[in-house]
Design a protein. Structure first.
Length: 248
């Protein structure tokens, strides 16, 4: 991990409140693995004081991309930053997904697509077959469909309002999906549903938890997650990706 001053190469709206930022970050690009994240200082001032965590969305040569949704002050400020400005970026952080040789089912809800595009690209490089299930509120909020298709993966869509693909939750698509290992990121309710289904199907499943974080490096204990056996693990250091077998 390194704290670098990264130049913003691009920062543009994708749709709705979703933005994509490309950063010149050779060290992070070289060392990042799918599921890892970076801590970004959104402004050069003291507001907000804490850095904000974002998954590594894509790596292209020396460039690292993040895909983010405007949620509050930090992401609002981030969306207003201009090309050519620089930001403090710490990373890569945490433990990412295990890359196995098994056919994969990738399940993404909302902004949960962010780490999974990098994962799908790495699986494709290893010629591992993947089916991708994307969930969104409505047709206009489906993220990264093209990126996933470009990896050669089969892509299926679910929207809450039925405006594209199957109507309902993305977890419903999972009933019929064939694969040996599941990777998921999205809203807590979706992850719980996916985890329950994987337990029933006896499938290996890894999920990325987007816990609230402060330091991002295991120092403040602010992101503790209860695990089986009575202990705690830190989402920032031991995760953010966990095998569901570990989690309560
Ligand atoms: C490992 C990790 C990876 C992440 N990757 C991405 C990503 O790739 N793209 C992306 O858009 N977001 C991602 N997030 C979430 C992102 O970090 C938060 O949305 C961001 O920190 C919000 O900052 P803010 O200052 O805009 O909002 P704040 O003002 O900090 O918060 C606004 C509201 O959102 C709530 N909130 C803030 N963070 C979270 C959270 N993590 N979970 C639930 N509620 C929260 C706050 O309690 C508050 O109510 C990730 C989080 C983690 C832990
Ligand atoms: S965010 Fe500080 S220990 Fe995880």
């Amino acid at each position: 991990m390194k704290d670098i001053r990264a130049k913003i190469l691009q920062n543009k709206k994708v749709c709705g409140d979703y933005y994509k930022m490309a950063l010149d970050a050779p060290y992070i690009a070289k060392n990042a693995k799918p599921g890892q994240f970076v801590q970004v200082r959104c402004s050069d001032g003291t507001e907000p004081l804490l850095r904000r965590p974002f998954s590594v969305h894509k790596v292209k040569g020396k460039t690292v991309e993040i895909l983010y949704e405007i949620i509050g002050q930090g992401t609002e400020i981030l969306s207003e930053r201009n090309t050519g400005e620089t930001l403090d970026v710490l990373g890569p952080l945490g433990n990412g997904f295990t890359l196995s040789n098994m056919p994969a089912v990738i399940i993404a809800g909302g902004i949960g697509v962010a780490p999974l595009v990098f994962l799908a690209e790495e699986l494709a490089k290893k010629k591992i077959k993947a089916i991708v299930l994307i969930g969104a509120k409505t047709k206009n909020m489906i993220l990264c469909e093209k990126d996933f298709k470009n990896t050669g993966a089969e892509v299926k869509i679910a929207t809450d309002d039925g405006s594209k693909g199957c109507k309902g939750f993305v977890s419903n698509l999972f009933e019929k999906a064939v694969g040996k290992i599941v990777y998921a990121c999205g809203p807590a309710q979706m992850l719980k549903c996916v985890a329950d289904m994987c337990k029933k199907k006896k499938m290996h499943c890894e999920i990325s938890l987007e816990e609230k974080m402060a330091c991002g490096i295991g120092a403040c204990l602010g992101c503790a997650v209860k695990v089986k056996g009575g202990g705690y693990k830190l989402a920032c250091k031991d995760g953010p990706v966990f095998n569901i077998a570990e989690l309560i």
